[in-house]
Design a protein. Structure first.
Length: 582
C-alpha cells in the first residue's frame, strides 16, 4: 500500500488494544485507510481530501484516540465523518449541518449532532448572545422564543460545553420567592417608595421580578431570580425601622387638573431646598393621579397649599383656521365692482377691504351672540369679506380645519395629500421608472399662550409644499416647492391674523379662430389669434384663536360660531342688495 512508504512504525500492543503511531508526510486518504483498519470501521471516502499529515507519538494511544486524531485532521480541512446505514462516511462540514445530523447521544461515533435545550429562567435571545461565540465555524443555533428553547447543531465537544454553560446560567436565574414580614413599619406607607427604588435598581423590562404586599400579615413578597431576590430583600429590610419620635401624618391628595408625576417632581425640588432635616416624603401614584404625602402637620399644610396653587384648571385655546387660494386679478375686480379699495389678495389688502366692507356698512346686531369677544365685529367683517370673494369666484376655500389646544402646549394641523412623484427613468432594453411618496400640503404648528388682558400669544410655524410645473421637456420630473414661515404674534381673543402665503404665477393660453378657415393646415394660422392671460394667486392662512376658560364653554363657542357663520351669509346677502348687485 502507498502509505507504507511513509510509515516509520506501527507497533500494535495486542494485550492493551493500543497502537503507537509514527509517520511523516502521509496522505490524508492513506491515513483514513489506516484508521479504518486499526478501528475496524468501514469508512467511505467519496471526496478527494487533499493534504499530508505528520504524527509522532512517544507512547501508545487507544484506538478511540486514533479515531479522534482523524476527526481533528478532517476538521482542519473542512470535513467530518457521519454514520450512515452501518458505515462511516467522510463529507464536508457544511453538508453535515444540512444533512439532518442525529440528536445528541443517538450516534455511536463522535460527529456533528443536534441538541434541543429548554431554558426555564432566562430568555433564549439573551442566552444566544452569551454562548454563540462558542460555536464552531459550521455550528448553528435556532431560537424558538414561543417555547423558549434553543436548537443547537455542532460538534459533540462544543455541544457539551455550551449545554453546561447554559445550565449554570439558567440555574443562576432560577426564580425563588421570599417573604419579609415587617415588625415596626406599616407596609402600605413604605411600599410605593420600595417599588420606586426597586425599579431604579432593576428595570422590569430587563429583569423578571415582582414585588407584592400582603396587608393582612404586614408582609412583602418578592418573586425574582435568586441573586435579585437577595439584593431586594436587603434593601426592603432597611425600611422596617422603629418610627421616629417626631409625629408624622400621611395624607393622600388626589389631583383634579394636573399630572401627579409632574407635580411630584416640582415638590421634590421645593422640599430639597426648604427642608434640610426631617424631610417629608411625597410619592406619586399615576394610576389614581394622587400624591401620597408623609409629613408633619405643619409641613403637610405648606405642601397642600403649594399643591392647591399648582392644581388649577388648564385653560384651552380653540384655533379656527381658514386656508384659501385667492386670485389677485379677480379680487381686484371684485373690489372695483363693489367700490371697495385695496381689493388685493395680500394680508394688508384683505384687512383694508374688510374695514371698508364692515365699517359703516355692517348693521347687524352682534349682542345676541352672548360671546365676550371685543373684536367680534372685526371678525365678522373679515369672514364676510372672504365669503364675498368666494361668492364671486375670486377665492377658493381649500380647507377650514380647527384644533383645540391646551395652553402653552404645541399642536399640529396638516392639510394635504401624499402623492407619487417620478424620481427617475432609465431606458435600455426596457423602460424602468422609479417613484417616491411625498407629502404635499400645508402643515401648521401652533403653540398658544394665554396672556393677561384677554390676549393670546401664538407661536406659529407654517410649512407650505406644492408641486410646480415640470421644467423638463416631457413633464415627467416635476419640481416641488416649499415655503417655511415661523413667527410669533399676540392677538386679542377672537381676533384674526393672516400669516405668510405662497404666491404662484398662472399663465393660460387661449386660441380663437375663424370657423372652418382656422382649421386649414398651415394657412389656418392666418385665421387664428393666440392670447395669454396671466394671473397671480396667493395662499392665505387666516387663524382665529378663542380662549376656552371652562370645558363647558366649548359647546357654547361652537354654537356661537355657527350663528356667526349664518350672520356672515346674511350680511353678504344684505350688502349685495344694498349696492344693487346680485
Amino acid at each position: 500500500m502507498k502509505w507504507i512508504k511513509y510509515l516509520f512504525g506501527i507497533i500494535i500492543a495486542l494485550n492493551a488494544a493500543q497502537v503507537q503511531l509514527n509517520f511523516k508526510n502521509l496522505d490524508i486518504a492513506d491515513f483514513v485507510k489506516m484508521v479504518a483498519k486499526i478501528t475496524h470501521k468501514n469508512i467511505l471516502l467519496t471526496q478527494n481530501v487533499h493534504g499530508k499529515v505528520n504524527f509522532i507519538s512517544v507512547k501508545p494511544i487507544d484506538e478511540k484516540e486514533v479515531y479522534k486524531v482523524l476527526l481533528d485532521i478532517l476538521k482542519s480541512k473542512g470535513y467530518t465523518i457521519v454514520e450512515e446505514q452501518g458505515f462511516l462516511k467522510v463529507i464536508r462540514n457544511a453538508d453535515a449541518i444540512k444533512d439532518a445530523p442525529p440528536l445528541a447521544g443517538k450516534s455511536g461515533i463522535d460527529q456533528i449532532e443536534t441538541d434541543i435545550i429548554t431554558l426555564n429562567n432566562i430568555p433564549v435571545a439573551s442566552a444566544f448572545k452569551q454562548v454563540s461565540y462558542l460555536l464552531s465555524r459550521y455550528g448553528r443555533i435556532v431560537i424558538n422564543t414561543e417555547k423558549n428553547i434553543l436548537i443547537i447543531t455542532d460538534y459533540a465537544d462544543n455541544l457539551k460545553i455550551i449545554k453546561e454553560i447554559l445550565r449554570k446560567l439558567d440555574k443562576q436565574n432560577r426564580i425563588i420567592m421570599q417573604t419579609i414580614k415587617f415588625k415596626h413599619t406599616d407596609i402600605t406607607r413604605v411600599f410605593p417608595k420600595i417599588k420606586e427604588i426597586a425599579s431604579a435598581m432593576y428595570d422590569v423590562k430587563i429583569y423578571k421580578y415582582k414585588i407584592v404586599t400582603n396587608e393582612s400579615t404586614n408582609s412583602i413578597i418578592i418573586v425574582a431570580p435568586k441573586r435579585i431576590a437577595y439584593a431586594l430583600s436587603t434593601m426592603i429590610r432597611d425600611f422596617d425601622i422603629k418610627p421616629k419620635p417626631l409625629t408624622q401624618m400621611t395624607e393622600v391628595v388626589t389631583l383634579k387638573n394636573s399630572d401627579a408625576t409632574n407635580i411630584q417632581k416640582i415638590l421634590a425640588q421645593i422640599i430639597k431646598v426648604k427642608y434640610k432635616k426631617d424631610t417629608p416624603s411625597i410619592t406619586a401614584d399615576s394610576e389614581t393621579n394622587s400624591l401620597i404625602v408623609l409629613a408633619t402637620p405643619e409641613q403637610l399644610e405648606t405642601i397642600k397649599t403649594i399643591i392647591a396653587a399648582l392644581d388649577v384648571p388648564k385653560q384651552q385655546v380653540y384655533v379656527k383656521a381658514r386656508i384659501l387660494e385667492i386670485s389677485n386679478s379677480k379680487a381686484l375686480q371684485v373690489g372695483t365692482k363693489l367700490g371697495l379699495l385695496a381689493g388685493s389678495a395680500n394680508s394688508s389688502g384683505l384687512y383694508t377691504m374688510s374695514a371698508n366692507l364692515g365699517g359703516p356698512a355692517i348693521a347687524i346686531d352682534t349682542a345676541g351672540l352672548n360671546l365676550d369677544i371685543p373684536t367680534i365685529r372685526e371678525g365678522l367683517a373679515l369672514g364676510a369679506t372672504l365669503d364675498l370673494l368666494e361668492t364671486y369666484g375670486a377665492a377658493k376655500k381649500l380647507s377650514e380645519p380647527s384644533i383645540l389646544c391646551i395652553n402653552n402646549t404645541p399642536s399640529t394641523i396638516y392639510v394635504g395629500k401624499t402623492v407619487s412623484v417620478l424620481t427617475g427613468k432609465t431606458t435600455s432594453n426596457a423602460t424602468s421608472v422609479s417613484y417616491s411618496r411625498q407629502n404635499i400640503g400645508l402643515t401648521l404648528k401652533i403653540k398658544p399662550r394665554i396672556d393677561s388682558d384677554n390676549k393670546v400669544a401664538l407661536n406659529i410655524k407654517a410649512i407650505v409644499e406644492d408641486i410646480l410645473k415640470s421644467e423638463t421637456p416631457d413633464n415627467t420630473l416635476p419640481t416641488t416647492s416649499k415655503r417655511d414661515v415661523e413667527t410669533t404674534t399676540i392677538v386679542k381673543n377672537g381676533q384674526s391674523v393672516i400669516i405668510g402665503g405662497l404666491v404662484k404665477d398662472n399663465t393660460e393660453s387661449h386660441i380663437t379662430k375663424v370657423p372652418l378657415l382656422g382649421d386649414i393646415p398651415i394657412l389656418g394660422h392666418l385665421f387664428q389669434h393666440k392670447s395669454k392671460n396671466g394671473d397671480r394667486t396667493t395662499l392665505a392662512i387666516v387663524l382665529t384663536p378663542y380662549i376656552i376658560k371652562k370645558s363647558g364653554d366649548l359647546d357654547k363657542l361652537r354654537l356661537t360660531l355657527a350663528k356667526l357663520n349664518e350672520l356672515e351669509k346674511k350680511f353678504i346677502t344684505d350688502y349685495l342688495k344694498k349696492v344693487g348687485t346680485k
